[in-house]
Design a protein around this ligand. Sequence first.
Ligand code: IPE
Ligand code: IPE
Ligand code: MG
Length: 238
Amino acid sequence: MQRNKIKPDTKIPRHIAIIMDGNGRWAKKRFMPRSFGHQKGMERMIGLMERAFRLGVSYVTVYALSTENLKRPQEELEGLYNLIRKHFKENMQRVLRYGVRLKVIGAVELLPDDVQAILRQAEAETAHFEGKGVNIALCYGARAEIVRAVNCAVEKGEKVTEESFSALLYTQGQPDPDLIIRTGKEIRLSNFLLWQSAYAELYFTDKMFPEFSDRDLEKSIVWFSGRTRRFGKTDEQL
Ligand code: IPE
Ligand code: IPE
Ligand code: MG
């Protein structure tokens, strides 16, 4: 299967965003608890980030927990927080050695205090890195992000432009995602990066997140590389 191999002329997206869906179903199929799926998902998330940076991607955003996911049973949420408590630091170190700035995007204040502290510390330790970044979307909702930005603009009493509005979003200063990948068979965005995704290429796969391999990531990049991004223009104008 050499067909999808990354060739030197493959266009590498600057920013890849991933909706990491399907952890629960993947575990259920194996008669395992959902928490097992989340654990495998976290391991896969780290592996994919490493692969992406090795391939020359500059920004990776991962959707780990949505605002709406906060309505899930407390037990499942506690399981996710425990994953951060126990494994976040050692796992992220594998990624951060690529000289990457970590940002947690979303309503972080809704997380337990000790979890917030772990995340804030990792952010502070990497705040000096420029040009490469990882965004972890936690308690994130795109509508909430937009409303927050609107309120910010209203408080300043200034009219906004597309540029000044973008600067009020969590992703301020970063390129918009070029490629958005969603695993887990669903064809929807589930309140993810609604503003930033205006011209993203959307890649949907039936694979559940824990089984989305490095090869699958490469396949999605090869697919991306074959797209013609017109941004409204005609083919002749490109
Ligand atoms: C995505 O996997 C991870 C989170 C939302 C935390 P799910 O937990 O949604 O897995 P499925 O969709 O139930 O299989
Ligand atoms: C989207 O997955 C959110 C994350 C992957 C964190 P969901 O499982 O919450 O999406 P829906 O509810 O099926 O749309
Ligand atoms: Mg899901």
